[in-house]
Design a protein around this ligand. Structure first.
Ligand SMILES: *Cc1c(COP(=O)(O)O)cnc(C)c1O
Length: 384
């Protein structure tokens, strides 16, 4: 590692005014304190309350969907989104191997099987053209249902993920879904505030999942949401995430096996305050991108990943790509030693023992990205 890297590390530490710069931290001020304090004072801190309703309404408006259902975390949101989208046990669900474990786990919770597909260098998300060619090879349509010729299983859904906030090729994927009667469920956990062709991510799927974990662009402490334009789906998601209790003034009646997945009011109060700040967070993230771009001009063989054409990214996690002359782990060792917290991309799902036997396409781009992607500090920097 040379002096240019040392200079880069120093710049980052100076920018944040810290000797150790974390990858991503939440940002709070008086607003969060005000709403959370108010919530505590009302006594309604748990599973029902005004903040949950308000958060769901504000969120639906922000995303531009009819309905949002707030839940305990993004993984739970994905689990229920897939269930209400009609994914059944023994189905296969197409998804990138290059994703956070939650995408694959949510499919497994339903007894379904993740089927890993490759991503594109342009978006870091599912490659629609490659998927088209792949499904032509391995798929067959029977009664307008897609089956995997090799395993005999039905392939019912496609779950693209908007990596680090960069929108996938939604149009291309919608075409594939149309051709093969696949249900689109977006894992939009990382892309709150990101747009494809002027429309917010999460609007395109039949139903989509968001996350408000502590490291995401905004947080509710822990939390997630299911978003959809379909009222019946939203009602069913709400029912399933609230123990499938039949509404009644005093009687406990549950009409199916539901889940205790609802978001507590306390978390929703935090969420209401954070959501108000989204435009500011995004502006700060974009300024950070510009700053990094200026510095990285001086680093040969490294480039900053920028939003794909026709998209507007929330730039949740800043991403650099290293060319062949670099060893990813050496770069990671160096930056972390310097106090600039940096991370590789997730270990691809098909490399994990628990998912190594799942069906998969050629994953050569996934393998290449796995070797060259590094995330660098991404906390938005506030002026005051
Ligand atoms: C964060 C995240 C989730 C959900 O995570 P939770 O921690 O359960 O909120 C799901 N998918 C992806 C890609 C994520 O990054």
């Amino acid at each position: 590692m040379n002096t240019q890297w040392l200079k880069f590390a120093d710049n980052v530490k100076q920018l944040y005014g810290k000797e150790f710069v974390p990858l991503h931290e939440p940002t709070f001020n008086d607003k969060e304190v005000e709403y959370v304090t108010d919530c505590v004072k009302t006594g309604w801190v748990s599973s029902v309350g005004a903040y949950v309703n308000r958060f769901e309404e504000d969120l639906a408006k922000y995303v531009g969907v009819k309905r949002a259902v707030a839940v305990v975390n993004g993984t739970a949101a994905l689990h229920i989104a897939l269930k209400v989208a009609g994914v059944k046990a023994e189905d296969e669900v197409l998804m990138p191997s290059l994703t956070f474990i939650a995408t694959a786990n949510a499919v497994s919770y339903l007894g379904a099987v993740p089927h890993f597909i490759d991503v594109s260098f342009n978006t870091l998300g599912v490659d629609a053209d490659k998927l088209k060619i792949y499904l032509k090879q391995i798929g067959k349509l029977q009664n307008n249902q897609l089956y995997n010729r090799e395993t005999g299983r039905r392939i019912s859904a496609l779950v693209p993920m908007h990596t680090f906030g960069h929108a996938v090729d939604v149009e291309g994927l919608l075409q594939v879904c149309e051709m093969y009667n696949l249900t689109l469920v977006e894992d939009a956990a990382e892309s709150l505030g990101s747009y494809y062709n002027g429309k917010h991510t999460g609007c395109f799927g039949k139903v989509s999942a968001l996350s408000f974990n502590g490291n995401k662009i905004m947080t509710t402490g822990g939390g997630g949401a299911i978003v959809t334009n379909d009222d019946a789906i939203a009602d069913y998601a709400k029912h399933l995430t609230t123990t499938a209790k039949v509404p009644h003034r005093w009687k406990y009646e549950h009409d199916e096996i539901g889940f205790n997945y609802r978001m507590p009011n306390l978390n929703a109060a935090l969420g209401c305050a954070q959501l108000e700040k989204m435009p500011m967070f995004i502006q700060q993230k974009r300024e950070l991108t510009e700053q990094y771009e200026q510095w990285l001009v001086n680093l040969d063989g490294v480039h900053l990943f920028k939003e794909p054409a026709n998209t507007r990214s929330n730039y949740w996690l800043q991403t650099i790509l290293l060319d062949e002359r670099f060893n990813r782990d050496e770069v990671l060792d160096f930056l972390n030693e310097q106090g600039v917290m940096s991370r590789p991309i997730w270990t691809p799902m098909h490399h994990l023992a628990i998912y190594q036997n799942c069906p998969k396409s050629d994953l050569s781009v996934t393998e290449q990205l796995n070797k060259c992607v590094v995330n660098i500090p991404s906390t938005p920097i506030s002026e005051g």
